[in-house]
Design a protein around this ligand. Sequence first.
Ligand code: CDP
Ligand code: CDP
Length: 216
Amino acid sequence: MINIAIDGPAAAGKSTIAKKVAARLGYKYLDTGAMYRAITLYLHEHKETDLNELSELIDIEFSQEGKLFLNDRDVTDMIRESHITKQVSSVAALKEVRVFLVDLQRKISSKKGYVLDGRDIGSVVLPDAELKIFMTATPEVRAQRRLIEEHARGNNIELSVLIDEITERDTNDMTREISPLVQAEDAVLISTDALTIDEVTSKIVEFANEKVTGDQ
Ligand code: CDP
Ligand code: CDP
């Protein structure tokens, strides 16, 4: 078994495709963005938190069904609310937060057979991952995808607002000092603008199978 790192900007298709790749290979999926969202929710609710105590204060667990529990509370839906999305890239820029989560992500994936998606997986969390993917699409295509999701949730938001939000978060993620979003040198670039979810999934499964056979 190998580990697969999938990085890229917001709404490129990382989590949807990472889950499918994991299912096809019989691997486990780790949504590292959800972990940053959970800390953002915690800090929103506990404004006086000493960031040096995160490891004593916070327990993050994923259930078999992919639900996220923050200190035993199911926060799967809460972490997707727009006030959390707006704050998450600032929280993700904090050194203490990154040190805590990177350590946890490395521990979880140490046994191999994981697909991780995020911003710094191939560059920082698992620089030795056997397969690294950098997934992108234009901001317009990505915002259009989010628009469909927001409308399905009953939120009547405009496309231009989502383009602005996505562009601002990308800029924050790419320009922060610690572990910015970058394409690792040895990552395969996949632009998903004109590809379906199944097409991208199959490509990655193919790369993974090549790596596994090559390593034997
Ligand atoms: O799903 P979406 O692309 O909206 O974002 P996400 O994967 O849930 O990640 C939310 C935010 O967490 C990102 O915008 C980054 O600021 C941060 N993040 C990070 O810094 N490093 C990671 N490995 C994953 C997420
Ligand atoms: O995890 P990330 O933020 O990169 O993206 P996502 O949440 O997996 O995907 C954002 C949306 O784009 C989802 O509704 C996907 O179904 C959709 N998508 C798509 O329509 N075509 C693709 N090739 C990839 C994703």
